[in-house]
Design a protein around this ligand. Structure first.
Ligand SMILES: [Zn+2]
Ligand SMILES: [Zn+2]
Length: 122
């Protein structure tokens, strides 16, 4: 492929915005890709920003973010159920601990959602 503007010169790459072939003279290296010098620099910069932003959002959401709260909720239910059915009362320690786990799970869940939501809206 040759340069779109200079058919006699070989292209060193293509513009990320319009995919035209560019020679050394016509291309601007923006770090993440080439752009038509003075024409598509802004477009490609915006494209790069969107790409790096979505990568940031993806990395800000580790897979265990939503697993931990459910683990606490599950533990809470096990403890509360055990306390209620086996120990025969809601004032026993296992039941109280179970409620504690459930409350903690909800708190972690809400907090994780809040953190993730803020990063998403940025
Ligand atoms: Zn272009
Ligand atoms: Zn050229």
């Amino acid at each position: 492929m040759n340069c779109f503007n200079h058919p006699d010169k070989p292209a060193i790459g293509t513009c990320k915005a319009c995919s035209k072939g560019l020679c050394m003279e016509c291309a601007t290296d923006l770090g993440h890709g080439l752009a038509c010098k003075g024409i598509h620099e802004t477009e490609v910069n915006n494209l790069n920003m969107i790409v790096s932003k979505s990568a940031e959002i993806y990395s800000a959401a580790p897979k265990n973010t939503m697993i931990a709260p459910f683990f606490y909720l599950f533990m809470g239910l096990v403890f509360a159920g055990f306390g209620y059915f086996s120990m025969g009362g809601v004032t026993d320690l296992p039941f109280v601990m179970g409620i504690g786990f459930i409350v903690f799970g909800i708190v972690v869940f809400v907090r994780n959602r809040a953190i993730f939501g803020v990063k998403k809206n940025k």
